[in-house]
Write a protein that binds this ligand. Structure first.
Ligand code: ZN
Ligand code: ZN
Length: 346
C-alpha cells in the first residue's frame, strides 16, 4: 500500500510498504480521509521529539473498518469510524481524575503510532481501550468527520475558557483552527464574535466563510483599540489566540474585559516561549489565563455530534481535496495559508 512517511526534517516520502495486520484488540481501517493541519507542516520541516522515523504521518483520521483483531466484538467490517489523535493512558493520576488531555503518558497517532496518510491503518488496541474510536453518524461524510479531531481541540479550549451565552469572543488567527473557533463560539451562544488576523487576504477569505461580526486586520489597525472600540470600551469576555504568536497573546490580555478569560490556544515556537505579561491587569481585572493541550476521546465524540447536527458546519471549510500522492503539495498549500482545510483522500 502507499503511505506518506516522515524520515527526517525535510525528508517526507511517498512509499510502498506492506499492509499492516491488526494484532489482538486492534482494528484495521481503510483510510478515506486524513486532513492536514499546521502541525503536519511543522513535522515535515522540523521533525518532532516524539517521532522515531520512519513514521506514517497524519492524525485527523476517518475511514472504514475492514478487519478486526482477535477479541474485538464491538466493531465489524463496514463500520464508518473517526479516530482520536491524542491517546491518554487511562491509568495515571490525571486520567483517573478525568483530566485526560494532560495525561503525561499521552501518545499520538502519527507520532508514536503510524498515522492516516496511508491507504490502510491499524488503530491500536490502546485507542479502543480509552473509547477513542467513534462511529460516524449516518449522513455525515468522511471528510467532514476527519475535521472532528481539530474541532475537538477547539472544544477543549472553549470549555476551559468557559465560552458561553452572551459572551463577546475574539479569535486571533484566521486559519482553519480560528475558523472552527468562530463557529464553535456561535454554537455555544456567543453574542458577538470578532476575528483578528495579520494577513488581509487570509482574513478576507476566512471572513467570507465564517462571517464574524467584525473582521480586524491587525496589519492596518491596532487590534486592541479595534476590539475596545467594538465593545464600547469593555473588552472581550473571551479571547482565543489561534496563532503561534507571542504578540497575539500579549494583545489578548490587553483586550480582555474584566473577569475575561484568555485561551492561549496556539503554542509558541519552542525557542520563543516567553511573553510580557502585566500581572496587575490579571490581578485587578480578575482575568483567567488558560492553556489547551489537544483533546480527549469525549471531546472527539462531542465534536462529531456538533458537526453531524449542523451546529458547527465544516464542509465549506474543506477547500481542497487531494489524493495521497498530493500530500506534499497539501503541506505547501497549508504553509502558504492559501487554503482553509486541506484533506487527503488516500
Ligand atoms: Zn491537527
Ligand atoms: Zn494518563
Amino acid at each position: 500500500m502507499k503511505v506518506v512517511r516522515f524520515h527526517a526534517p525535510g525528508d517526507v516520502r511517498l512509499e510502498d510498504v506492506p499492509e499492516p495486520e491488526p494484532g489482538p484488540g486492534d482494528v484495521k481501517i481503510r483510510v478515506r480521509n486524513c486532513s492536514t493541519c499546521g502541525t503536519d507542516v511543522k513535522i515535515s520541516r522540523f521533525g518532532h521529539h516524539h517521532i522515531v522515523p520512519p513514521r506514517v504521518m497524519g492524525h485527523e483520521i476517518a475511514g472504514e473498518v475492514v478487519e478486526v483483531g482477535a477479541g474485538v466484538d464491538s466493531w465489524a467490517p463496514g463500520d464508518r469510524v473517526q479516530v482520536i489523535a491524542a491517546i491518554p493512558c487511562g491509568r495515571c493520576g490525571e486520567c483517573r481524575r478525568g483530566r485526560r488531555t494532560v495525561c503525561p503518558n499521552q501518545e499520538s497517532m502519527g507520532y508514536h503510532h503510524d498515522g492516516g496518510f496511508a491507504e490502510y491503518l491499524v488503530v491500536p488496541a490502546k485507542v479502543l481501550a480509552v473509547g477513542g474510536l467513534h462511529r460516524i453518524p449516518d449522513g455525515l461524510g468522511y471528510a467532514e468527520a476527519s475535521v472532528a479531531e481539530p474541532l475537538a481541540c477547539a472544544l477543549n479550549g472553549q470549555h476551559l475558557a468557559r465560552v458561553g451565552a452572551g459572551d463577546d469572543v475574539v479569535v486571533i488567527g484566521s486559519g482553519p483552527i480560528g475558523c472552527l473557533h468562530v463557529r464553535l463560539a456561535r454554537a455555544r451562544g456567543a453574542a458577538r464574535v470578532v476575528l483578528v488576523e495579520l494577513n488581509r487576504d487570509r482574513l478576507d477569505r476566512a471572513a467570507a466563510l465564517v462571517a464574524p461580526d467584525a473582521a480586524v486586520c491587525a496589519a492596518d489597525v491596532d487590534p486592541v483599540d479595534a476590539v475596545l472600540k467594538f465593545t464600547d470600551g469593555r473588552g472581550a469576555d473571551v479571547v482565543v489566540t489561534a496563532a503561534a504568536s507571542g504578540a497575539a497573546q500579549e494583545q489578548a490580555v490587553q483586550m480582555a474585559a474584566r473577569q475575561g478569560r484568555i485561551s492561549l490556544f496556539g503554542g509558541l515556537p519552542k525557542d520563543q516561549p516567553m511573553i510580557n505579561l502585566d500581572a496587575n491587569l490579571v490581578h485587578y481585572r480578575e482575568l483567567t489565563l488558560v492553556g489547551a493541550n489537544g483533546s480527549s476521546p469525549d471531546h472527539n465524540a462531542e465534536a462529531l455530534r456538533l458537526i453531524a447536527s449542523g451546529a458547527v458546519p465544516v464542509g465549506d471549510l474543506i477547500t481542497h481535496r487531494l489524493p495521497l500522492d498530493g500530500a506534499l503539495d497539501a503541506f505547501d498549500l497549508v504553509a502558504a495559508g492559501e487554503a482553509i482545510k486541506v484533506t487527503i483522500e488516500p
